[in-house]
Write a protein that binds this ligand. Sequence first.
Ligand SMILES: *[C@@H]1O[C@H](CO)[C@@H](O)[C@H](O)[C@H]1NC(C)=O
Ligand SMILES: *[C@@H]1O[C@H](CO)[C@@H](O)[C@H](O)[C@H]1NC(C)=O
Ligand SMILES: *[C@@H]1O[C@H](CO)[C@@H](O)[C@H](O)[C@H]1NC(C)=O
Length: 154
Amino acid sequence: MQKGYLIFAGLLVFAYVAQAIADDSDTSECQSEDELWGGEDIRKYYFCLNGEVISQTCQSGTYFVNNATVSGCIAAASITPSCVNLDVSEPDCTGSNAYYPQPCEDPTQYYLCTDNGPKLMTCLNDSAFVSREGYLGCATWSQWRELRNCTIDS
Ligand SMILES: *[C@@H]1O[C@H](CO)[C@@H](O)[C@H](O)[C@H]1NC(C)=O
Ligand SMILES: *[C@@H]1O[C@H](CO)[C@@H](O)[C@H](O)[C@H]1NC(C)=O
Ligand SMILES: *[C@@H]1O[C@H](CO)[C@@H](O)[C@H](O)[C@H]1NC(C)=O
């Protein structure tokens, strides 16, 4: 148990360093006067009102897509699979599950196994959880997209 926590603490430090160089330029300027657009954070979309960018968050369980056929918040089941965690439930905390953080349906949260069973944790500073070969922990949204092959317009 102790060992799992130590590994994870190291990952959080890594995620923090990466976060410091994040860039949110796509959300600070109007990109369109009459259409919604998405950002790195898959839950959010933006629009322009009188020259100001207004940011909105999709309802829980829905995510923003803007491509040739869809523009809006749609249910996780209809999103490109690499962008969502479908049918993820609490880990059973046996075997290696006990030592490493586990994904959950909400991309900004993860489970950590404790002596009292799985505990739901939230990634700090608006980051998102990734469990992919070579990366385990909270990452910036842009890293999250890259590691998952989830492009903004997919
Ligand atoms: C989160 O952001 C705050 C303020 O920007 C900063 O002080 C803190 O160190 C950050 N924490 C992590 C874990 O990135
Ligand atoms: C648009 O996105 C939706 C949801 O991810 C997908 O089902 C659809 O095939 C996409 N359309 C195009 C043209 O990529
Ligand atoms: C992402 O795509 C690249 C090539 O397009 C592929 O090599 C890699 O395995 C993919 N990663 C995931 C997590 O699907």
